[in-house]
Design a protein around this ligand. Structure first.
Ligand SMILES: [Zn+2]
Length: 168
């Protein structure tokens, strides 16, 4: 997935913000961390294109290890449970959740992923290129991206204006 990560980050942030207490987070900061988390794993492309472009895929870097994101997500929840200042762990949760969902989406149509790394380095892919031909695979991949983008537009257009607590 290429273009769909940011819209998915938007959808998740939008949906989850309504479930948390407005005193625990401000809407803009929460959304910012959610959007950043949704694309954070792909920051490894800077290293990939500058130093390691012969590598098979940037999906094999540590930034695309789902267990890493899951670990930090659980850590964020533990932080939330053990602090009275809940703002920062709430931001950590939406950031790490965005990163984790990013990896799940990459697993669907992103080629090989190391889902069990660093414990097991076998490659996984939910929808492998075979038996699809290139056109079918692109149709599937771009179709999924288009669906996600459309969903985000629907959420955005259907959402009411944030109330005063959300805007602060
Ligand atoms: Zn990625």
């Amino acid at each position: 997935m290429v273009l769909g990560h940011l819209p998915v980050g938007y959808i998740i942030s939008k949906m989850l913000f309504r479930t948390i207490n407005a005193r625990q987070a401000t809407y803009r900061t929460f959304m910012l961390w959610g959007l950043f988390g949704s694309i954070a794993p792909d920051t490894d492309m800077i290293y990939y294109y500058l130093f390691d472009y012969r590598q098979y895929s940037h999906h094999l870097y540590v930034t695309h290890f789902p267990l890493l994101w899951l670990f930090f997500l659980l850590l964020s929840f533990m932080w939330l449970l053990h602090t009275k200042r809940r703002q920062y762990p709430v931001y950590a949760i939406i950031f790490t959740l965005g990163g984790f969902v990013h990896i799940l989406l990459d697993t669907i149509v992103g080629g090989s992923m190391l889902l069990l790394a660093p414990f097991d380095y076998r490659h996984f892919c939910l929808v492998p290129h075979v038996p699809w031909d290139a056109t079918q695979y692109k149709f599937l991949s771009y179709g999924l991206e288009a669906l996600v983008i459309l969903w985000a537009i629907l959420v955005w257009s259907g959402s009411s204006a944030p109330d005063a607590a959300e805007q602060s």
